[in-house]
Design a protein around this ligand. Structure first.
Ligand code: ASP
Length: 315
């Protein structure tokens, strides 16, 4: 068996590339890194890598993580700048016994010393969007925190190895040094190759409150299917948070077990991409279906066309 599942429509081209690699017996980590890099490299995805949206002060700070489900090795970066592929830096850090989660200047310095290329990741387009948002916020009372997504992937290869990875520029207009869930083990991602893995996207501040990726993996360990585990964790926690904290931010999780079965749950409209051996391959739309269930439908051409137009619309 092999398979890969990833958050958002933006992951799909990467998923297709990973699919070819997995079918040809590649290591899950290589297939997944290739897929995440494709998202990081694409300038029109404004919440990941090149073209990502900056923090309040106009600096593009990125978070990423890599985890190996066989060895439990984790590498992560938070608030890294000027590096084309934070996922590759996170993966490299996963080989370190000590200092494997680096933040800010320390993360960037690690990447430079390790020989990763340097690149100004703030595109002219992203800078214009930031400038426009600064003007809007000055004029209105709108919450600045809009427009954020993470690419998160869970990957299973033919040799039952599993990896999970995330990459994000976090919340648009975040305060300098703000870190989301994406580089945090258990919250943004988790994988145990003897069970399965999960990855998250959504409001990091709330995802951290529930450690939802770890929760889903533990629910799968207790015998739940990935779909049942996602439903239970996501809807259960949305309810709990609403009762006890007053409100729950938007969040969505994807999961896959080591048999290639997968699941998704979300408290908003959420697109994802999945490919498994001899099974589905495509982009889907998920929505909460009530009673702790998720409705999953194939994406429509109309939606895809509108998306394409939206991400490339003049600023
Ligand atoms: N989880 C990310 C963060 O809070 C953002 C997102 O995925 O929407 O940094």
């Amino acid at each position: 068996m092999w398979g890969i599942i990833a958050t958002w429509r933006m992951a799909h081209d990467g998923v297709l590339a990973a699919k070819e690699m997995l079918a040809a017996d590649a290591f899950a980590g290589d297939a997944m890194e290739t897929a995440i890099k494709m998202v990081e490299d694409y300038p029109y995805y404004k919440s990941v890598g090149y073209g990502g949206l900056p923090n309040e002060t106009g600096i593009l700070e990125m978070d990423a993580a890599y985890m190996d489900g066989t060895t439990f090795a984790i590498g992560a970066v938070a608030g890294i700048t000027d590096v084309p592929n934070p996922i590759a830096v996170a993966r490299q850090l996963s080989h370190e016994k000590f200092n494997s989660f680096r933040v800010g200047a320390g993360a960037t310095q690690y990447a430079m010393l390790a020989g990763f290329p340097r690149k100004n990741m703030l595109t002219e387009r992203a800078r214009r969007i930031w400038e426009k948002r600064c003007e809007e916020i000055a004029k209105t009372n709108l919450s600045p925190y809009d427009g954020h997504d993470t690419v998160g992937m869970v990957c299973l290869d033919q040799n039952q190895r599993m990896t999970v990875g995330t990459s994000s520029s976090g919340l648009f207009m975040k305060k300098a040094g703000r870190v989301g869930d994406s580089p945090l083990s258990g919250s943004g991602f988790y994988v145990d190759a003897e069970i399965g893995g999960a990855a998250a996207t959504g409001l990091g501040e709330d995802l951290m409150k529930g450690c939802l990726s770890y929760e889903i993996v533990q629910l799968m360990a207790s015998g739940l299917t990935p779909q049942a585990a996602c439903d239970k964790a996501v809807y259960g926690f949305t309810e709990k948070l609403t009762q006890r904290y007053g409100k729950a931010g938007a969040f969505s999780l994807v999961a896959m077990n080591n048999q290639g079965q997968w699941g998704v749950a979300t408290n908003v409209e959420f697109t994802f991409s999945v490919a498994v051996k001899d099974g589905v391959c495509g982009i889907f739309m998920a929505k909460p279906g009530g009673n702790q269930t998720t409705v999953i439908e194939p994406i429509t051409q109309e939606w895809l066309d509108a998306y394409e137009k939206r991400i490339k619309a003049p600023v």
